[in-house]
Design a protein around this ligand. Structure first.
Ligand code: NDP
Length: 450
């Protein structure tokens, strides 16, 4: 690694010792930037990388709310406004008990490069809370969202920072958040949040965008390597928004998805997953994936065991699509996947593989579609939602889907070209980092030392 990069990495580690996920994300990016930084010695004088790894702003706040029993609860809320160099901060909100500052910072840092790759004018941010929506009533969810927005509304706006959904935040939560924002601000600012329902300014194809986009990217990556999706066996971790629509598009391309999961375990259906049943369990009933067996008793349910490889990754397949959460695939799991014949990975989730797992898979010649690029379809359609809001106009599903497909084609090309420019071959992980970085670096240089 270039000595400037090495120094910045060491300093970042020293400054952020309690933030392992953030350091993992920074290390993965900096490790691949050597050739670019080498070609730009002026970056060091401008402390460009030191500024790149330091968020412009971190907001952390108390979120008090009252549950159905009348008890007062307190959670912690966050918004990390990482980089506004190329546009308003943009990135989702995550409600999950594991949320902490390290996870918020890693997600916001990744978002900077992802948003740059979309080619659209959006900066990087992320937010959320350690609130656990599981098992909460609708009223409790609403109370929490209203309290969360009462503070968050001071820091966001359609030209400042535009949040959206992520784990635990779907159309229902966005609705409550938007309602509270509108009530407090007394303004109909549709573009302040994306992922809205269609009745009040949402975009068609936004729910499908991340999963579909992932498969458009996979299609392009496989095509560039003389392969395709037809008749390939696929395992998917997760059964939330990204997983469901990745499955839908994979099936439309003639692939056979044999397994999906949630945090408790996975279902294995060798005859192919019946997606309508998954949608009913997850999107309507908010149930557990195990309930799939009530309708298809011939399928198998495999429970996750603490400290062991998630059950879904023990199943043989051609392609694995991790669409649940970060660090789902460690080195041990990566070895098992390779042993089981997996030859391509599509990262639907953010940072689903550890850095060791990625390195191992690339060494073994596995095609890896990196999250920053492959799951950028969601934020890309969010940006299209912002455009539609400002034009006060709506595109049809087909129009949005076509634009999404073109964006994903361009993102793949950008990764491929950057990888090839810097002799990284089919290492699209490096390609995505470099392509995302170049645009942000140019904008940062142009705007001076800020
Ligand atoms: P959802 O909340 O809709 O679904 C999350 C899924 O992942 C659920 O099946 C959930 O299972 C599972 N999961 C969550 N946490 C864990 C865990 N710790 N261990 C095992 N399984 C877990 O979220 P999304 O589908 O929206 O997001 C999934 C991933 O995709 C995240 O990494 C997110 O950051 C990323 N992403 C999402 C985008 C979007 O547009 N929604 C855009 C780009 C990236 P359970 O129900 O049991 O918790």
């Amino acid at each position: 690694m270039n000595s400037y990069l090495e120094r910045v990495l060491e300093e970042t580690k020293a400054k952020n010792q309690c933030e392992p996920e953030f350091l993992q994300a920074v290390e993965e990016v900096l490790e691949t930037l050597s050739p670019v930084v080498y070609a730009h010695p002026e970056y060091e004088k401008l402390a460009l990388l030191e500024r790149l790894v330091e968020p412009e702003r971190i907001i952390s706040f108390r979120v008090p709310w009252v549950n159905d029993k009348g008890e007062t609860k307190v959670n912690r809320g966050y918004r990390v406004q990482f980089s506004g160099a190329i546009g308003p901060y943009k990135g989702g909100l995550r409600f999950h008990p594991s949320v902490n500052q390290s996870i918020m910072k890693f997600l916001a840092f990744e978002q900077v490069f992802k948003n740059s790759l979309t080619g659209l004018p959006i900066g990087g941010g992320k937010g959320g809370s350690d609130f656990d929506p599981k098992g909460k009533s609708d009223t409790e969810i609403m109370n929490f969202c209203q309290s969360f927005m009462t503070e968050l509304c001071k820091h966001i706006g359609q030209d400042t920072d535009v949040p959206a959904g992520d784990i635990g935040v779907g159309a229902r939560e966005i609705g409550y958040l938007f309602g509270q924002y509108r009530r407090i601000k007394n303004v109909y600012e549709a573009g302040v949040l994306t992922g809205k329902s269609i009745e009040y300014g949402g975009s068609l194809a936004r729910p499908e965008a991340t999963g579909y986009g992932l498969m458009y990217f996979m299609r392009e990556m496989l095509k560039a390597n003389s392969k395709n999706l037809k008749s390939k066996t696929i395992i998917i971790s997760g059964s939330g928004n990204v997983a469901i629509y990745a499955c839908e598009k994979a099936q439309a391309y003639g692939a056979k998805v044999v397994a999906m999961s949630d945090s408790n375990g996975c279902i294995y259906d060798p005859s192919g997953i019946k997606l309508d049943t998954i949608k009913e369990i997850k999107e309507i009933n908010r149930g557990r994936i195990k309930e799939y067996l009530d309708k298809y008793p011939s399928a198998q349910y495999m429970e996750n065991k603490a400290g062991e490889t998630p059950a879904v990754y023990t199943i043989k397949a051609d392609i694995a699509l991790p669409c649940a959460t970060q660090n789902d695939i460690n080195l041990e799991t990566a070895k098992l996947l390779v042993e089981n014949g997996v030859w391509a990975i599509g990262e639907g989730a953010n940072m689903p593989c550890t850095n060791e797992a990625i390195k191992y898979m690339l060494e073994k010649g596995i095609l890896v579609a990196p999250a920053k690029a492959a799951n950028a379809g969601g934020v890309a359609v969010s940006a299209l939602e912002m455009s539609q809001n400002s034009m006060r106009y709506s595109w049809t599903f087909e129009e949005v889907d076509k634009k999404l497909d073109n964006i994903m084609i361009n993102i793949f090309k950008a990764c491929q070209n950057a990888a090839s420019d810097y002799n990284y071959g089919t290492n699209y992980v490096a390609g995505a980092n470099i392509a995302g970085f170049r645009k942000v670096a140019k904008a940062m240089r142009a705007q001076g030392i800020i």
